[in-house]
Design a protein around this ligand. Structure first.
Ligand SMILES: [Zn+2]
Length: 376
């Protein structure tokens, strides 16, 4: 169980009685309708019950719904534990503790509980997601959201660290992004997983998809070094995803390799060196994978999970050293616009991908390490 106590964290004000009166009956009905939509794998019906005001949340819910259509849950319920508390806003926003309980086919039951926000829009109550608390940068450039007060300082660190991380990653990928970056800080992996998809069960420390917030897992003791690595990796996704409108289709190893490259500076110099040693050793032992085995997020064998990141990172580093930052970025950008890795390699580097791969593999068996440029 992951009880996140609502406690006295919410500042209550006197609500406007007219609007609040219907919530105690309307919100449980809303939850029933959401659950019915999930169980009937009806994304459109589900999304009509969501408050889409926050664009990142709307996108996250859209992807969440897409998954329950493709991988329907065997059981799913939503319940309010206890009553509703009302926020300002004329009684048109209420907070309650939401328990989500579900089971995927042939998997054990899972439960997640968190404070949730409900809003009344156009006469109907809708689900607004977690009842986040926020820390905002003074200039409004970044927002960190958290639930548990124990994570307030971590959220504040995120706000402190983000400007430098964004500057570094934007410089690396030549992506001068200046949108307000939203980072959601999760205290529990089960909660983070459930926020991605009902079917998601791999261990993870962070998440980002085009149009979504950056999600990270943190504890009150997460050191700044670790937060930087997480933020740089996830913001690396934000940057590369921004290059084209078909970014979700790029090979998985390209996406993760680029994100690992983005955080390399913060992993310490031993990070890149350790990856180089590991990949060379695997090359000697015949332990590397074919790229098409690392390309599809949905169909990668579990034992190849680490190679998606590390073999990808090594190739991205190799490409950076050999062709330079700008050509590498054009190569990634071509893929985010729908080119295959072979088309992008021909377009950006003037060679087929098979040749690039062959030369990369040969470089791994060479006596001296390849070009390890500092700023890649
Ligand atoms: Zn990643």
């Amino acid at each position: 169980m992951h009880a996140i106590l609502l406690a006295a964290a919410i500042v209550l004000v006197q609500p406007a009685p007219a609007a609040r009166d219907d919530a105690p009956t309307a919100v449980p009905l809303l939850l029933d309708r959401m659950a019915e939509a999930v169980l009937s794998a009806d994304a459109e019906r589900y999304l009509a019950l969501i408050d889409p005001t926050e664009p990142e949340f709307a996108k996250e819910q859209e992807n969440w719904a897409k998954d329950f259509v493709e991988r329907p849950a065997a059981a799913f319920t939503l319940e309010l534990d206890g009553g509703l508390l009302f926020e300002m806003d004329g009684g048109n926003a209420a907070i309650g503790t939401l328990t989500m309980r579900w089971r995927m086919p042939e998997r054990p039951e899972r439960t997640v509980q968190h404070p949730a926000r409900f809003t009344k829009r156009d006469g109907a109550w809708r689900y607004g997601g977690e009842a986040w608390k926020r820390v905002e940068a003074p200039d409004g450039s970044n927002v960190a959201l958290y639930l548990d007060d124990a994570l307030r300082d971590v959220a504040a660190s995120v706000i402190e660290l983000l400007p430098e991380v964004r500057e570094h990653v934007n410089a690396g990928f030549e992506t001068p992004l200046d949108h307000v970056q939203v980072v959601k800080v999760y205290a529990e992996m089960e909660h983070l997983q459930a926020s991605i998809f009902l079917s998601y069960e791999d261990a993870l420390g962070g998440w980002n998809e085009p149009g979504e917030s950056i999600k990270i897992l943190a504890s009150p003791r997460s050191p700044a070094r670790q937060l930087r690595v997480l933020l740089a990796h996830e913001y690396g996704h934000v940057a590369t995803f921004s290059m084209g409108d078909r970014a979700t289709e790029i090979p998985w190893w390209v996406a993760e390799g680029a994100a690992e490259l983005a955080s390399e500076r913060y992993s310490g110099r031993t990070g890149a060196e350790a990856v180089d040693r590991m990949i060379r050793q695997l090359a000697e032992q015949g332990g590397l994978a074919d790229w098409d085995q690392l390309s599809d997020f949905r169909n990668t064998r579990p034992e190849h999970g680490m190679l998606v990141y590390k073999q990808g990172q090594h190739m991205l580093g190799y490409v950076s050293g050999r062709f330079g930052r700008t050509a590498r970025n054009q190569w990634i950008a071509r893929m985010t616009r729908g080119e295959t890795v072979d088309e992008a390699t021909r377009g950006a580097f003037g060679m087929p991908f098979a040749d690039l791969d062959r030369e990369w593999r040969a470089s791994l068996l060479a006596a001296t390490p390849g070009d390890e440029s500092e700023e890649r």
